[in-house]
Design a protein around this ligand. Structure first.
Ligand code: CU
Length: 253
């Protein structure tokens, strides 16, 4: 959850975001050590007036100042590769959510639980539910974060690996949920893939992160992570909605 004047990352709510935060701290530690050392050496060289006149080469010191940066690069790249492969290569997601970006709202296609899939006739079996999610204004004096409320939330079960397929119908958007460590571009004509494994329940907010038009700031993402029983109930309500719509259409007296 974003908070006022926060300079660092949001609290991580998934293992991959935890790893990303650790990687950030690791890189920053090395970076600031290097900056401080180099600044010290440069200032020392600027103010120093004495030098050793016969020093024109030194194999030993040259070996050291070539090896140390190479070593630093290796200890930067190894954890980075680890996180990259951890986030990319998920073998068996449980659920698949399709996320489609529009100017300027998101629409979601969510899976219904298998035992709820409902057959209208022998040719058609429903296993997903589609809905749009627009910006919904809350009153300014409410505690609700400004410009982050959505008309419909995307529900995702906790501690479950979900696959998010992200695409766009018009221009390039970007699906981003900082506290889960998710961000990927939504490109028209291409499907991008993300894996989420939220480790705690709650409300998580994100926004479109690609300048996509005049209402770019007004297409927030609201994701609710819930327990499996709650997800079950949400699934049921989607199913009832579908069945209700279909009966209303098919049976007119
Ligand atoms: Cu956008």
């Amino acid at each position: 959850m974003p908070s006022w004047l926060a300079l660092g990352f949001q609290d991580s709510s998934s293992p991959s975001m935890g790893e990303l935060s650790c990687l950030h701290d690791h890189v920053m530690t090395i970076m600031f050590s290097v900056i401080i050392l180099i600044t010290y050496i440069m200032v020392y060289l600027l103010v120093n007036t004495k030098y050793y006149k016969f020093l024109s080469e030194g194999t030993f010191i040259e070996t050291i100042w070539s090896m140390v940066p190479a070593f630093l690069l290796i200890i930067l790249v190894l954890p980075s590769m680890k996180v990259l492969y951890m986030m990319e290569d998920v073998k068996s997601p449980v659920l698949t959510f399709k996320i489609v970006a529009h100017q300027w709202y998101w629409s979601y296609v969510v899976p219904l639980f298998k035992n709820f899939s409902y057959s209208f006739n022998s040719f058609e079996s429903l296993s997903s539910y589609e809905f749009d999610s627009m910006l919904e204004e809350h009153s300014l004096d409410s505690d609700f974060p400004r410009l982050l409320g959505c008309s419909s939330d995307l529900f995702v079960p906790v501690n479950t690996t979900s696959r998010l397929l992200i695409t766009s119908t018009d221009v390039i958007h970007s699906f981003a949920l900082p506290s889960l460590g998710l961000k990927v571009d939504a490109l028209p004509g291409r499907i991008n893939q993300l894996f989420s494994n939220p480790s705690r329940v709650g409300s998580f907010f994100g926004q479109c992160s690609e300048i996509c038009g005049s209402n770019h700031s007004f297409m927030p993402i609201s994701l609710k992570v819930c327990g499996l029983t709650d997800y079950d109930n949400v699934s049921k309500s989607y199913l009832l909605d579908i069945v209700g719509d279909s009966l209303g259409g098919d049976f007119s007296f």
